[in-house]
Design a protein around this ligand. Structure first.
Ligand code: GDP
Length: 445
């Protein structure tokens, strides 16, 4: 996942502060210098970094960090709030027209992930009860039309195309919208042509499509891996065409993440979605607060609840979240959660959503969690008595030995699981106490 390096660096900064009872002005200065370096290393725009650090300094004085009882938590909270702002502040959704069809135009450079995103967006909207269709408006590369058709077939979404040589993208878009009613489709997603670099012909064509079909939403698809170039691309597209928002793709890779942290400040346009895999379900709504939490390894309960909702019933998901908030969740819930996670997708991606678990993500890299590790965890938890599950504190050496024997694992495995569980619990407790601060740390239920 992008940001991993930044997460690690920030963690080191906070760790160095944690050793101190009180934070002096010098301590904070030193810490902020490190935060600044971490952000620059993550390829965040320099002007953005400067403003960010200044705002934190001001806030730290305002919130009386130096004298406070728990200065590190106050600093983390300030950093989290400011990161949230950088990422766009509040979440921005897409406009759905009250008068169908809603027209969404996807634009972007070649290779950014436009065609893939078109398919993902259709799947996302279908889950929301919409009836989308796709439109192939890239007439220059026959392969592009074919690619969209393949995507459409894979997800069972109709693709409107005109393969006649000389067909004009503006006409295609118009014809598709006209056809949407008889096709009983209420969302039209237009996949436009891309280029390797921004050029006049492309911009003119996109402006023509825009003027002709007046889309409700123009989304720019950018590749997080190209770093500051993505910010530059967004700026140019916004100036020339006007965009409503950004879809940032490939955040599952090892992009440094700086583009995501700079784009809103530089262009004024929010990231609305992020691409988290090559697969058709790899599109997530972009939630600034959740992402800031993830970067600080505070987990992202909002996203976790969202994914959970897709598979378990809503009541169960809420109950679990409330337990997490109240710090009441037991090893049984932990196991339930692991099993849900297994159903929900790649463990690696999801583990970071659980508070405190981001840290162990790397340790888990080589483990085939789907089969081996979860089964082991399951066996260990099932070998415990209900008393032990509710209160792992009573697990002394002999109990651990018994559990290891009963589950066919080693005492080290039992110890590791208990440690993971305690880590998650500790982080939740922390978040619970942060909630008592001015702004809630946890999503509203
Ligand atoms: P287009 O030229 O803009 O239409 O780009 P494509 O949709 O063809 O995507 C280019 C490549 O990026 C393809 O190999 C996609 O599978 C890949 N891709 C797109 N989005 C993502 C993403 O969010 N994560 C990852 N890992 N790969 C992506």
């Amino acid at each position: 996942m992008a940001f991993d390096n930044l997460t690690q660096k920030l963690e080191e900064v906070f760790k160095s502060l944690k050793g101190k009872g009180k934070i002096s002005e010098d301590d904070l200065k030193q810490a902020l210098r490190q935060v600044r370096l971490a952000l620059i290393e993550a390829d965040v725009n320099l002007g953005v970094v400067k403003d960010f650090i200044n705002r934190i300094k001001e806030k730290a004085i305002g919130e009386e960090v130096y004298g406070s009882l728990n200065p590190v938590q106050t600093v983390i909270k300030i950093v989290k709030d400011e990161l949230t702002e950088l990422l766009g502040g509040v979440q921005s959704g897409i406009t759905i027209s009250s008068k169908p069809p809603t027209v969404i135009m996807l634009v972007g450079l070649q290779g950014a992930g436009k065609t893939t995103t078109a398919g993902k967006l259709a799947v996302y909207l279908r889950k929301k009860g919409k009836h989308p269709m796709l439109v192939a408006a890239d007439v220059y590369r026959p392969a592009a039309i074919k690619q969209l058709q393949v995507v459409g077939k894979q997800i069972d979404i109709p693709v409107f195309a005109n393969e006649t040589p000389g067909a004009n993208p503006v006409d295609i878009a118009r014809d598709a919208i006209a056809a949407s009613t008889s096709m009983l489709k209420d969302v039209v997603i237009i996949d436009t042509a891309g280029r390797l670099a921004i050029d006049e012909t492309l911009m003119t064509e996109l402006v023509n499509i825009k003027q002709s079909v007046r889309p409700h939403e123009i989304l720019l698809v950018v590749d997080a891996m190209i770093g500051q170039d993505a910010v530059q691309t967004a700026q140019t597209f916004n100036e020339r065409l006007g965009i409503d928002g950004v879809v940032m793709t490939k955040l599952d890779g090892d992009a440094k993440g700086g583009a995501a942290l700079s784009i809103k400040s530089v262009t004024g346009r929010p990231i609305k979605f992020m691409g988290t895999s090559e697969k058709m379900d790899g599109l997530e709504e972009f939630r600034p607060e959740g992402m800031a939490s993830r970067i600080l390894d505070l987990g992202d309960l909002g996203a976790l609840i969202d994914r959970t909702k897709e598979l378990v019933n809503e009541e169960e998901a809420k109950e679990l979240a409330i337990k997490m908030q109240r710090n009441e969740f037991t090893l049984d819930d932990f196991l339930k959660q692991m099993n849900q996670v297994r159903k929900m997708g790649k463990f690696q991606d999801l583990i970071g959503l659980i508070p405190g678990m981001g840290k162990i993500k790397d340790q888990l890299k080589d483990i085939d969690l789907d089969s081996k590790e979860i089964r082991r965890i399951e066996a260990i938890i099932q070998s415990m008595t209900s008393k032990e599950k509710a209160n792992p504190k009573i697990l002394n050496g002999s109990r651990r030995k018994r559990i290891a024997m009963g589950s066919g694992t080693r005492v080290q495995d039992v110890n590791r699981l208990i440690k993971q569980f305690e880590e998650a619990q500790k982080m939740m407790k922390k978040m619970g106490s942060m909630r008592k601060g001015k702004k809630g740390m946890l999503p509203k239920l």
